[in-house]
Design a protein around this ligand. Structure first.
Ligand SMILES: [Ca+2]
Length: 310
């Protein structure tokens, strides 16, 4: 079974990812470290604790991590994950506490205890992992792989329209802490960057039938997923069912359409370097999941998640 660490700033999408990871039989979740990102560290840590408690997996340690990006103030989240950060699901307040260890040290210790075996999955800014690599550089070759929701590679319209800031490369996690992203990308660790090109698609909607299946499930985590998706559906009255992640509000307002079209025409074409502008580092280490012809992300995501959650 693949050993993983999750570094996260939940966030409803991260909440769903944690639920799937805990329930998956393909991975063993060794620990969770929180980081400031979509919300301040107090909120992201609390939401991580709420999620492991929902699944009655308080044996998985949740370690509180970095409060701020490496070299700049924490940006204000322009997206809405609801007042609780979990799409108004208002899970019970956690009764457990974060582990006494700092999130950075938890990463270091767990990688050292499982040399060559741990995949670190970063769902938020890469601050904790960058700090871990700076604090104890000898752990870099001990990490099996980093899978990072990071960057926007300009391969399709989703990549551009969901970008944060004013460059098509700056997906939220990279936007919040670009120095950390650069440190990790250039550390020499194998990195699989999952960009907005595949992490957000306007066309990936839950159908009413799928939502009904989730709602009817006897498993509370399935009900929570349905509520989170519904919350996003309400945010976009025109949506068919719900959308997850919430792309509709992340797209450009109508007044920017002209600008969007001009920028789209300037984006890289097939054959161009998809990572251009993200980093000037060794590009052979940056793999992305965008180039998988023939795969339908809607089918993949539902098939992958259904057996685990419902
Ligand atoms: Ca996140």
């Amino acid at each position: 079974m693949k050993k993983i660490l999750i570094d996260t700033d939940p966030g409803m999408d991260d909440t769903l990812a944690i639920i799937l990871a805990i329930k998956s039989r393909a991975v063993q979740l060794l620990g969770i470290s929180s980081v400031a990102g979509n919300y301040p560290i107090e909120v992201t840590t609390r939401n991580a604790l709420k999620t492991v408690e929902l699944l009655k997996r308080t044996d998985i340690p949740v370690a509180r991590g970095m409060q701020k990006p490496l070299a700049r103030p924490l940006a204000k989240d322009p997206f809405s994950h609801g007042s609780d950060g979990q799409a108004e699901t208002h899970l019970p307040e956690p009764t457990t506490k974060p582990s006494g260890k700092h999130g950075v040290d938890q990463i270091i210790d767990m990688v050292r205890a499982n040399p060559g075996e741990v995949t670190v999955i970063t769902l938020g800014p890469l601050t904790n992992l960058a700090m871990a690599f700076m604090k104890e550089p000898d752990i870099v070759p001990l990490v099996k792989e980093v899978v990072a929701i990071a960057g926007s590679f300009g391969l399709n319209k989703y990549a551009f329209a969901n970008a944060t800031g004013d460059t098509p490369q700056s997906e939220w996690n990279v936007f919040v802490d670009p120095e950390a992203a650069r440190l990790v990308f250039e550390s020499g660790v194998p990195v699989r960057a999952v960009g907005l090109d595949v992490a957000t698609h306007f066309d990936i909607n839950f159908t009413e039938e799928q939502l009904a299946t989730l709602k009817a499930s006897a498993r509370p985590e399935a009900n929570i997923v349905e509520k989170m998706v519904r919350d996003q559906g309400r945010a976009d009255p025109g949506a068919d069912g719900g959308r997850f992640p919430p792309p509709s509000r992340l797209g450009p307002p109508a007044r920017d359409r002209g600008r969007l079209e001009r920028r789209l025409s300037a984006l890289p074409r097939p054959g161009d370097d998809p990572g251009a502008g993200v980093s000037d580092g060794p590009r052979d280490r940056r793999k992305d999941l965008c180039r998988r012809p023939g795969q339908d992300p809607r089918r993949l995501s539902w098939q992958a998640g259904r057996g685990l959650v419902v």
